[in-house]
Design a protein around this ligand. Structure first.
Ligand code: NAP
Length: 300
């Protein structure tokens, strides 16, 4: 059994929820799993309890609330305090333990269409529910998990520094596929919420699918330290800790051998100078695109 290492989070979004994978994770020193109220057709918590109740106390368990069963099998999103509270209570009861973290799941889905002041009220109310849940023992800490951070950033700015209780952690996309505007927004959001690097969790380092053709064309060697020999998947995973800098990365796999590859990739060296140059280039291109769109609006 390997020494425990907190940097890898085994994400269960696309997982078959097999007990064997959880056992392999523990053997490999992986001590964090991430799920959500809506994963596995809203059955993830129940499956975990049924198949691995004895293993759960060995893990730091994170989950998320925000999506609810909707009509016609849809996932409805809501930040309505009563629904969040029900989900928090159901989560702790179904898992048989208080989760270590509960994330507010993609709050942008409910905030995106609102005026900033209105969005700010909704975000602050939802944050209040999560804070109260910690005080009530329904979870040990709370965070925000966001795929498209811009609406969350706008709401957090509108709430103002004194109006919003700070989350303990922030989960966001990470890795070479993350667009420049998203990288900028997540850095700004982390700054606004005062979440330090160690408490930032990257997610989806492969954009959900290593079978995508992009992975056959990307050459990541220039980002790795001199002399490092590794697969594109290993390099992409290691880079997810640097683009942007995060303390943990949530990654999905159903294959223990892939988990082992990911653990080995943690030891790879990165060429920090080239990573910085890449981010500078992205920032310049983003500034250029923003200036271009402003010019376009003015001209139009
Ligand atoms: N908004 C949110 O809150 C949100 C959104 C998305 C994701 N997440 C979190 O992030 C986690 C990961 O995201 P994700 O599953 O969407 O995407 P991902 O981790 O970027 O990609 C998963 C894919 O990568 C493959 N893979 C993993 N390790 C590999 C390796 N060593 N070599 C080759 N292929 C490998 C897996 O295939 P195999 O099964 O064949 O290994 C799977 O197809 C989720 O489970 C969830 O915890 C959160």
């Amino acid at each position: 059994m390997r020494q425990p290492d907190t940097r890898i989070v085994l994400g269960l979004h696309r997982s078959r929820h097999e007990r064997g994978l959880l056992e392999s994770a523990l053997d490999l020193g992986i001590r964090t799993i991430d799920t959500a109220f809506n994963y596995a057709g809203f059955r993830s918590h129940a499956i975990l309890f049924q198949t691995a109740a004895d293993l759960l106390p060995c893990f730091f368990v994170s989950t998320k609330v925000g999506f609810f069963p909707g009509a016609g099998g849809r996932n409805d999103h809501s930040l309505e305090p009563g629904r969040l509270q029900d989900a928090l209570e159901t989560t702790a009861a179904t898992l048989g333990q208080a989760p270590d973290v509960v994330f507010l799941h993609n709050p942008e889905r409910s905030l995106g269409d609102l005026e900033p002041a209105h969005a700010a009220d909704h975000l602050a109310a939802a944050a209040g529910v999560l804070t109260d849940a910690v005080a009530a023992g329904l979870c040990r800490s709370w965070g925000i998990s966001t795929w498209n951070p811009q609406p969350v950033l706008a709401a957090a700015i509108a709430v103002g520094p004194r109006g919003l209780v700070r989350p303990w952690c922030l989960m966001h996309r990470a890795g070479i596929l993350v667009p420049a505007r998203v990288l900028d927004a997540i850095d700004d959001l982390a700054g606004c919420l005062e979440v330090e690097t160690e408490r930032r969790w990257g997610m989806s380092p492969f954009g959900g699918d290593t079978g995508d053709s992009v992975w056959r064309t990307l050459a990541l060697r220039p980002f790795m330290a001199a002399g490092e020999e590794c697969s594109t998947a290993a390099a992409a995973f290691r880079l997810a800790f640097a683009l942007p800098p995060v303390g943990r990365v949530a990654v999905g796999t159903n294959r223990p051998e892939h988990l082992a590859d990911l653990v080995r990739a943690l030891d790879l060296g990165v060429d920090g100078h080239n990573v910085e140059r890449y981010r500078d280039m992205l920032a310049r291109r983003q500034a250029h695109a923003v200036a271009g769109s402003r010019g376009g609006v003015a001209a139009g």
